[in-house]
Design a protein around this ligand. Structure first.
Ligand code: PNS
Length: 168
């Protein structure tokens, strides 16, 4: 930890809901940064209807990282670069699971670089066991009654069950 200027990384996303893949990325990020701010976007670049509202998503992420004081969670409105500036963040973290993620991620990273040259985007790859997990697939499997307990942490699993009215 650099006491003069702690290295702050923002890990932004929709997190609808946070998966074990997201968790793995945030925890890996602690190897690079002193503090990780998991930031739930009110305004995602790709329009999509969400299952959980922003406050629920922030609460779930807080529960998932309750053991790790260096990971905090909040939401943000507007441009990511403005939020990063307001938090004194130097890094934006994004996870890359597959080549198919690359085009969208590369475009966003370059746009953010144009908007704020002080910020660096760092791509992290999740553990291979999590590389096929996406929040959208988790939602779909849960909605159709499948077992998603391997893909999300218990606080998230509870809310998915409530959302889809399954018995535990
Ligand atoms: O998990 P997602 O949906 O892929 O995350 C996308 C997100 C939230 C990181 C992106 O949509 C974003 O940064 N939104 C904030 C608005 C913004 O800054 N848009 C321009 C990004 S180039």
């Amino acid at each position: 930890m650099n006491a003069q200027r702690p290295l702050v990384a923002v890990y932004p996303g929709s997190f609808d809901p946070v998966t074990r893949g997201h968790e793995d990325i945030a925890r890996r990020c602690l190897r690079l940064a002193d503090q990780v701010v998991v930031a739930v976007a009110h305004t995602a670049t790709q329009k999509k209807a969400t299952l959980f509202d922003v406050d629920d998503r922030v609460t779930m992420i807080g529960e998932v990282f309750a053991d790790e004081p260096r990971i905090i969670c909040t939401s943000f409105q507007g441009l990511l670069v403005d939020f990063c500036r307001s938090r004194g963040a130097q890094l934006v973290i994004r996870g890359l699971r597959a080549v198919s993620d690359f085009e969208y991620e590369f475009q966003m990273a370059q746009m953010n670089q144009e908007l704020s040259d002080d910020l660096e985007t760092v791509f992290l790859t999740p553990d291979v066991n999590y590389s096929f997990i996406s929040a959208s697939l988790v939602r779909e499997v849960a909605r159709l009654g499948g077992d998603v307990s391997a893909f999300v942490s218990p606080p998230v699993l509870r809310r998915l069950r409530t959302a889809f009215q399954e018995t535990p």
